[in-house]
Design a protein around this ligand. Sequence first.
Ligand SMILES: Nc1ncnc2c1ncn2[C@@H]1O[C@H](COP(=O)(O)OP(=O)(O)OP(=O)(O)O)[C@@H](O)[C@H]1O
Length: 593
Amino acid sequence: MFISKTLLQNSWAELRRMLMLLGPRRKAYFVGLIGDSMVHGSISIALAFVFKSLLDFADKGDRSDFYQSIMIVSGTFLTIALISPIFSYIYMSVVKKTMVELRTRLYEHLGDLPARYFEERHSGDLISRTTSDVQTMEKVYVEHVKSVLTDIFTLIGSVVSMYILDWRFAIVLTLLGGAGIAANTAFAGPLRQTGEKLQGQMGRMTERLTDILAGLQVMKMFRLHSIVTGKYDEANERVADLTLEQGHRSGLLEAVNFLINFLSFGGILVIGILLYAQGILELGTLAAIVQLQMSVTMIFLQLGSVVSLMQSSLAGAARVFEVLEEPAEKERFASREEEAGLRSDAMLEFQDIGFAYEPDAPVLGGFELAVKPGQVAALVGASGSGKSTVFKLLLGFYETQRGAIGIAGKPMSAYTLAEIRSMIAYVPQDAYLFEGTIEDNIRLGKPDASQEELVDAAKAAFAHDFISELPEGYATMVGERGAKLSGGQRQRIAIARALLKNAPVLLLDEATSALDNESEYWVQQALQRLMQNRTVLVIAHRLTTVQDADMICVMERGKVVEQGNHTELLNRRGVYAGLYEYQFDRDKEYAAI
Ligand SMILES: Nc1ncnc2c1ncn2[C@@H]1O[C@H](COP(=O)(O)OP(=O)(O)OP(=O)(O)O)[C@@H](O)[C@H]1O
């Protein structure tokens, strides 16, 4: 019972939040919705009085009853035909506008969320929240709330009409209505619980599906088809089980509703006929009571599925609100005492950095580095030693727990995160290309760049020639993640993008995936251009990059264990010399193959 009460409170809270989301249009929504629901709710009430008039006419031959019923029927249906579309247009347009705004707000908010949020969640779950969960919210606005309101108006109208017709039947109807509401309330909690599980599981199913699509090549290469699709099937079966569970519960609720209403309908019919036979009740009144009872029965028969669907949709709304409530990335980091001792001559400086993603699992412990303007510093070290983490800290994706980071002599807290990112061009290992043309992708580096600037950047990145050879040149669509281009071409486009950005600091994560010799040559040439006159921090995998760097930092378990240029470090015969010899031998072996 406790669970059910809490879940019901949650449902109510979500419904209120959804109504708040309508903003100043809330009044128009209610006018449209209440108007439409009242119009629809009045049909069965009007019909009851029509039956009464018709049967009174048949029973007593009073023509005025007959004309009256014709007038009621014509009036009701004419009103419905004229007014209902107007009301429905009013609330539908409010809902459509609200949904457009909600989607925009959601996507904008996703863009404002910190990197940690995305690293901790599966993209499939977010896709499910922003698509199917948002769709279920629309259903709450246009279908579920309207059904409930129409039912409430029909119920109130029926009870009031029943009191007008015969108070004894009205009391019976009120009691049975109360029993029906109690039964539906008791079922709402468990239905909400299943709804929550179902929406969550739908999210998991989308996660599996995105895994299948994103990892298609790996899946084929390692023949993982049965394992990966097996996981999807598992999630799919769980969805089917939960849907069945939901169907079972709502079926049970419908059966309870049916029983309550069958008893009341049968009871009213039998007692009514007996009273009519004894001359206590008029035929018209009996017909009207039976009609009203039938419409109440219909309400309760439908109420089970409305409650069930609404609970499921509200669970979806809760998942959308969770995303909206997630705190956005800070504008700027707070300043700290440690920042006081930063050097003024370094473009990039890391002082005694301590950082952990998870408590008790330190990734960086006392990381130190200073790079002067125009210098190239290479980070080398075993996998997991913390190289990429250094980049993430500099980009402000995460905040350090100890130490200070300086950019151009000032602490990170002196800049907004947007300012920091505008000073940095980042070229990751596998640069992401967005759906669109080659030009669109390069232009991301500087959206207001002139055509000449754009072409110059492509030329400097040694990309112009291959782009010009394509039938549609710069207007060539790159395909999903740049699938229509080769690896080397993708990298050169990413380099052109970074060149166009023309930021003073370059973070470069060298690609480890092998390119053919020619491609590799052009990418290297493009990178050399990009590195000119910039302060560069590079996660280096290539011997050439390492040898040419002004400074090499060898990282081990989050610390710089050796630092110097290539010759200095080789002479020291330490960790770097070992790494270098190993890589040198390996490259010779590859060359021999
Ligand atoms: N988002 C994250 N949450 C938790 N731990 C993480 C996260 N990202 C990285 N780590 C952990 O931090 C450590 C350092 O990772 P990092 O990616 O910085 O290493 P790296 O030196 O760049 O490795 P590689 O050369 O393989 O890319 C690893 O143990 C990794 O498991």
